[in-house]
Write a protein that binds this ligand. Sequence first.
Ligand SMILES: NC(=O)c1ccc[n+]([C@@H]2O[C@H](COP(=O)([O-])OP(=O)(O)OC[C@H]3O[C@@H](n4cnc5c(N)ncnc54)[C@H](OP(=O)(O)O)[C@@H]3O)[C@@H](O)[C@H]2O)c1
Length: 369
Amino acid sequence: MAQMASFALSPSCFGSFTAAASNKASSSSSPAAFKPLKLPLFWPWQKVKMGPLSVSPMGFGTWAWGNQLLWGYQESMDSELQHIFNLAVDNGINLFDTADSYGTGRLNGQSEKLLGKFIRQSQVKNEIVIATKFAAYPWRLTPAQFVKACQGSLERMQMEKIGIGQLHWSTANYAPLQEMALWDGLVAMYDKGLVQAVGVSNYGPKQLVRIYDYLKDRGVPLCTAQVQFSLLSIGDDQLEVKKICDSLGIRLIAYSPLGLGMLTGKYSPSKLPSGPRGLLFRQILPGLEPLLTTLGDIAEKRRKTIPQVAINWCISKGTIPIPGAKTLKQAQENLGALGWNLTQEELNLLDNGAQESPRKMIQNIFQTR
Ligand SMILES: NC(=O)c1ccc[n+]([C@@H]2O[C@H](COP(=O)([O-])OP(=O)(O)OC[C@H]3O[C@@H](n4cnc5c(N)ncnc54)[C@H](OP(=O)(O)O)[C@@H]3O)[C@@H](O)[C@H]2O)c1
């Protein structure tokens, strides 16, 4: 029961969020004697097995935590990011996605550094699963260099072992020899006990099966595959990857589940974010209105919000979404994607809306077939 209480959130979190932090909310004007009924966002049996690990049905992505260029990160945001982390953990979230390349310029590795710091200051260190990604930089040409990259991440996070070590992308399209070094690097870091499980990111269906077989022959189970998966990034490749994951016992992690923010309903062709995202959104947002209207209608009917519906759609498709959040309000809202399920009829409406959208998200340039 005590464990349950540790990730309890007031029932208001199942609907739209208006309040700020949970810790601020608890000091509201309600009489101290009145304690509203608290329900967990998910039950312990709804946790998801990832190889030897057990994770929450949704994780948090941390690409923005250190990235100035695309996400406008500033170090003054760190205390709010720590509140985001604490809020997530308090509500049972134990999966955090990061990468050794997250953080721009002098802030390289900042996302891992922040996560390491937040974990050290947290009460539930041992339950947190960090999924980090190792970049296939052109100078990382041998398995030993990938092991060194893994040690670099461990150092930044001040940890002894990483939960899931993932290859950030495949080099099969442009440097097939390096690809072998990546794969052997994963084997080596697993054999040395530096990672508890291994995964890949931006691998298409064919390359996914190849690496799965290669690792299996070496006694290393491939536990996760991460692809861009959202109402703006759903097509034959994503469906095929999902099918393969299901048949091989690999968990599919859905990255950019909010289409970098386009599936929140707050942007429009006349209200674009600054920086490179604005350029991308300018291409995609015109024509997105019918899908956003469907999302809005469902959200209104269910007393949810558009981001909550978009994230819940990913969960309903059997993936583990890792939405990014830059503010406490966003984090709180995104947590409300848990604890309820879209109906089949609502899913059909959303699937149709996605299919009919004239423009989709561009795929990662390193995404393989
Ligand atoms: N493997 C890969 O190659 C790869 C690639 C991309 C991402 N990822 C991982 O996936 C994670 C999530 O993807 P993402 O961060 O690219 O995009 P996303 O989750 O689709 O969108 C996140 C952004 O949307 C906005 N947002 C989030 N929640 C919101 C809410 N409730 N209301 C309004 N706005 C909200 C915020 O940006 P604004 O407030 O600025 O709009 C936030 O940074 C990343 O952090 C990273 O860990 C992996």
